[in-house]
Design a protein around this ligand. Structure first.
Ligand SMILES: NC(=O)c1ccc[n+]([C@@H]2O[C@H](COP(=O)([O-])OP(=O)(O)OC[C@H]3O[C@@H](n4cnc5c(N)ncnc54)[C@H](OP(=O)(O)O)[C@@H]3O)[C@@H](O)[C@H]2O)c1
Length: 332
């Protein structure tokens, strides 16, 4: 194997496959990418017009690469990180393992780019809903300090990995055939249903998935005096999370200045023309890197807040593309 530049740890998974797609789209040669995995070692995987072999992560010498993009569970991420760091690579991790650790930057490009440069070997990607929500709010954050965010997420099944997509497909086919459905990944049937519970029980009746937006959002904004009240809902959509957001800032905001701010935000696409039936939907943002933002309006009762709806492909913008953007920030 030639001296490669980037290893993708968990290359066969939902996020890992997208990491390889994004790297190839950004012009990286396939001989500069090493695909690593567990059970899938020895198989091959699409990389643009080519296929590349998946190698065993257990046996890999991490000193052969400059960056490792992590797309494995938090447990496996903790297991592999000492080997990655001792090999001298920069580890950009998608799991929740290190997100809140001191000395580990938690980065949403476009919000806290400079934090990436403070790394000591590990940089964490935030949770996918946090990335999508904060990217949608980046423009507002530039024109006024955000103090309060109310979020309701509509999360696609691929947020639970490749097996989440398999489960929705199998359950939908079983329902159409009039057969019993089997639940392995989600706690209830997800086909023709929505499930207002993602993750495990946390403080005050919230789930750990819901608390991530507050805990991570505060670290990314660098302030503890911002509150995020989040409700996470799983929906029978294959890919792309949607989020309804209401935000309250230091001053009242008007719709026109917020639209201008969104328009000027690099990773956002303003998609907001009610007369033409244009608003964000997961079918539009799937496979894309931009966060679609629309339905921008003032909150009622004259509080001067802003309500909006956004959609982002959580496998790309919420994971793979965010990681590659971070790598490019460090590489500059
Ligand atoms: N899905 C999302 O929307 C999303 C978004 C943001 C962040 N994340 C985070 O990203 C990470 C990956 O999620 P995912 O959805 O891509 O999961 P996934 O589809 O279940 O993929 C898991 C990956 O882990 C690999 N793996 C398992 N055991 C391994 C081992 N012993 N050594 C090396 N690799 C091993 C698997 O490879 P083998 O098949 O070869 O075993 C597979 O490639 C998780 O931490 C998740 O929380 C996911």
């Amino acid at each position: 194997m030639s001296k490669a530049k980037v290893a993708v740890l968990g290359a066969s998974g939902a996020v890992g496959r997208e990491m390889i797609n994004v790297l190839v789209e950004r012009g990286m040669r396939t001989d500069e990418i090493v695909a690593l995995g567990g059970k899938s070692a020895g198989k091959s995987i699409d990389a643009g017009d080519n296929r590349i072999e998946i190698f065993s992560a257990e046996k890999f010498d991490f000193s052969r690469v400059k960056y490792v993009l992590g797309a494995v569970s938090a447990e496996l991420s903790r297991k592999y990180s000492p080997k990655i760091l001792s090999g001298g690579a920069v580890y950009i991790d998608n799991s929740s393992a290190f997100r809140l650790d001191d000395g580990v930057p938690l980065v949403v490009p476009g919000i806290n780019d400079d934090d990436a440069l403070l790394h000591r070997g590990i940089i964490a990607n935030p949770n996918c809903s946090t990335i999508i929500a904060l990217t949608a709010l980046a423009g507002i954050n530039r024109i006024s300090q955000i103090n309060e965010v109310i979020a309701v997420t509509y999360q696609a099944v691929s947020g639970a990995g490749a097996e989440g997509m398999t489960e929705l497909r199998a359950q939908t086919e079983a329902l159409l055939r009039g057969e019993e459905t089997v639940c392995r990944v989600f706690p209830h049937r997800i086909a023709e249903n929505v499930i207002p519970w993602i993750g495990s029980k946390s403080e005050g009746g919230y789930t750990d998935e819901e608390m991530k937006m507050q805990n991570e959002g505060r670290k990314i904004f660098g302030r503890d005096n911002v509150t995020f009240n989040c409700t996470c809902v799983r929906v029978p959509v294959m890919r792309s999370h949607s989020i309804a957001l209401s935000v309250f800032c230091d001053r009242s905001l008007n719709v026109r200045e917020v639209k201008d701010a969104v328009r000027q935000t690099k990773r956002c696409l303003l998609f907001d023309d009610i007369e033409r039936g244009e608003y964000p939907m997961p079918m539009l943002s799937s496979g894309r890197d931009e966060v679609f933002v629309g339905r921008i309006r003032n909150t009622p009762e004259g509080r001067g807040g802003i309500a909006l709806f956004c959609c982002g492909d959580q496998l790309r913008r919420g994971a793979a593309t965010n990681a590659v953007d971070i790598m490019e920030l460090v590489e500059k």
